[in-house]
Design a protein around this ligand. Structure first.
Ligand code: SF4
Ligand code: SF4
Length: 332
């Protein structure tokens, strides 16, 4: 019988043991329906998720809600929006109780005296020109000044087809301000001309992502198996999509047959009552979905299928480690 220990040498087995203890149970929270930007292709606004619920403004209700979430076994709160930093008291309500990650556009600086080790993920959509086209301003100029040298911050670099051949300059800029970077691909939910991926571009960007990891291993938090999965949309020969997605809100998940999925995962709207379909756009066609976290989680929940060869299992370990680093369960 093939077992984990039969596939791994001592080095890999020690790495496996470290992550196998973690038992991460995440859920996602829309902290607010407002944002200080309106990016073209923002999944939140383009799918109308900001309109399905009115945000709860009573901070005591947030406190009570979070206690209930902990009772459900959640041990990682992923805060998104809208722009969470518009509501620091709500971030604090999570942060005081739970390992917390805050996605932000980086325009507002988090006070490190109040949130010393809050993990911050800053969205970045390309160089100054693309950022201005898609987001209306060069956010890096502001976010890099706010977060330079911050050990609990990384850039979540959403690569667009326009970035082919240009990623190195961006990675270098991030390296130069002393923070990390994680890469994912744009899904182009609003069909902006020239920003949808063509098959040959996906082949090229995979090679470029691999190259960035080889050249900047201290800055880039990633692994080649993740690049393969996200650019091909395939894992062990299976295509990603609705029937495979692990990041669907559990109470409304009626799929049959039931795929392997995140335990007890819910994406909550900011009224603290409404549930969104999944970790990203309510209206996205799943066959076009490039969501990085959903693809990572897809690998993570399918451990058993990776207990086949040493390489498959090592790939699985690397993706799990990457996720655990991005949410501060293990050091960088
Ligand atoms: S900063 Fe984020 S939440 Fe705000 S519009 Fe852009 S993508 Fe959407
Ligand atoms: S849009 Fe993406 S994350 Fe959402 S259900 Fe579809 S595949 Fe999953």
């Amino acid at each position: 019988m093939i077992t984990v220990s039969s596939l791994l040498d001592a080095h890999w087995y020690a790495r496996y043991k470290k992550i196998s203890k973690l038992n991460i149970r995440s859920s996602i929270y829309d902290v607010t329906d407002r944002c200080n930007l309106r990016c073209k292709g923002c999944f939140f606004f383009s799918s109308g998720e900001h309109e399905v619920a009115r945000e709860e403004t009573d901070i005591n209700k947030w406190h009570r809600f979070i206690e209930k979430e902990m009772g459900r076994g959640v041990n990682l709160a992923i805060l998104i929006g809208g722009e969470p930093t518009l509501c620091m008291d709500r971030i604090e309500a999570f942060y005081k109780r739970l390992p917390t990650f805050c996605a932000t556009n980086g325009l507002i600086k988090i006070d490190r005296e109040r949130f010393p080790d809050l993990m911050v993920g800053i969205s970045l959509w390309g160089n100054a020109e693309d950022e201005t086209t898609l987001r209306g301003k060069d956010t890096f100029k502001i976010s890099s000044a706010n977060y330079e040298g911050d050990p609990h911050t990384y850039y979540l670099y959403t690569i667009t087809p326009k970035q082919l051949g240009k990623t190195e300059k961006i990675i270098r800029n991030i390296k130069n301000i002393g923070v990390k970077v994680h890469m994912q691909l744009l899904s182009n939910d609003e069909g902006v001309d020239g920003f949808s991926w063509q098959p040959e571009e996906l082949i090229d960007i995979r090679a470029e992502m691999d190259d960035m990891l080889d050249k900047y291993p201290e800055t880039v938090v990633s692994c080649k198996y993740y690049h393969e999965i996200i650019t091909t949309g395939k894992m062990l020969g299976r295509p990603f999509g609705w029937m495979e997605c692990p990041s669907v809100t559990q109470p409304i998940d009626k799929r049959e047959p039931r795929p392997r999925r995140l335990t007890n995962f819910i994406r909550w709207a900011s009224d603290l009552q409404t549930m969104h379909r999944c970790c990203t756009s309510e209206t996205r066609d799943c066959s076009t979905c490039k969501d990085g976290a959903a693809h990572m989680s897809w690998v993570m929940v399918n451990k058993r299928d990776h207990i086949k060869t040493s390489k498959d299992l090592q790939n699985w370990i690397e993706v799990y480690e990457m996720f655990a680093k991005l949410y501060q369960f293990i050091p960088w």
